[in-house]
Design a protein around this ligand. Structure first.
Ligand code: PGA
Length: 255
């Protein structure tokens, strides 16, 4: 079981950086982030094929965790092209993204799939990072809280209080992902507070303690103001995590 110290700064590489590029990335990145830098956790989510290479290069850097970007809900079987949570664990991952908006929008993942995946991730001893967030369309008609509550409730209806020690939520408004359009600190604060209330009303104090990351066009120039929001416990960074220097400067942005 991995306890996550906050702030958690996570880099989601999406479909970028195979094993060779992963090695080169880490060779450049590791000297830029001191193992003795104090509080917080860094996590990298390379493509699944690069996790073993990353594990090997990271040997001894317990301060940097690895995760996968997706898993299937079954542990094994006739599911061509899929990877499972126990396999991700075996390869050196300790976290798994679940329900990223690209999975929901491009690959048809439903709340039911997301729920099954979270349960599989927890059963394998990994920490799920459950991604929730509204589309622009929903935001424009003022339904962002409703969408996020639905995505969250679908999953938390099925988890138990004992799972909360290894549970992370990422609020990623779809309109901010890869668009260069970041949520304002005020919007992030409002939505994170809403998510925390949903968790607290379900699970009390333990629910309120679940870390909530902000994601969507985070870059070195806005990381500090987002991390300064009291309800923001970390960042999930896509595009700006692809370059080692840019991600290292986000990792150094603790206010
Ligand atoms: P972005 O992606 O930082 O490129 O907007 C964030 C994410 O999809 O997790």
């Amino acid at each position: 079981m991995t306890r996550i110290a906050t702030p958690l700064i996570a880099g989601n590489w999406k479909l970028n950086h195979g094993p060779t590029e992963t090695r080169a990335y880490l060779d450049a990145f590791l000297p830029l982030v001191s193992a003795a830098r104090g509080s917080g956790t860094i996590a990298l989510f390379p493509p699944a094929l690069s996790v073993s290479t990353a594990r090997e290069v990271l040997a001894g850097r317990e301060d940097i965790l690895l995760g996968v970007q997706n898993v299937h809900w079954e542990a094994a079987g006739a599911f061509t092209g899929e990877i499972s949570a126990p396999m991700a664990f075996d390869a050196g991952a300790s976290l798994a993204l679940v329900g990223h908006s690209e999975r929901r929008q491009l690959f048809g993942e439903t709340d039911d799939h997301t729920t099954r995946k979270v349960l599989a991730v927890l059963a394998a001893g990994l920490t799920p990072v459950l991604c929730v967030g509204e589309t622009l369309e929903m935001r424009e008609i003022g339904r962002e809280r409703e969408v996020v509550s639905r995505q969250l409730n679908a999953v938390i209806d099925h988890i138990e209080p004992r799972h909360l020690d290894t549970f992370v939520i990422a609020y990623e408004p779809v309109w901010a992902i890869g668009t260069g359009r970041t949520a304002t600190p005020a919007h992030a604060s409002e939505m994170h507070t809403h998510i925390r209330q949903v968790m607290a009303s379900r699970f009390g104090e333990d629910g309120a303690r679940v870390p909530i990351l902000y994601g969507g066009s985070v870059k070195p120039s806005n990381a500090m103001e987002l991390l300064a929001v009291p309800a923001v416990d970390g960042l999930l960074v896509g595009g700006a995590s692809l370059d080692p220097a840019s991600f290292a400067s986000i990792c150094a942005a603790h206010p």
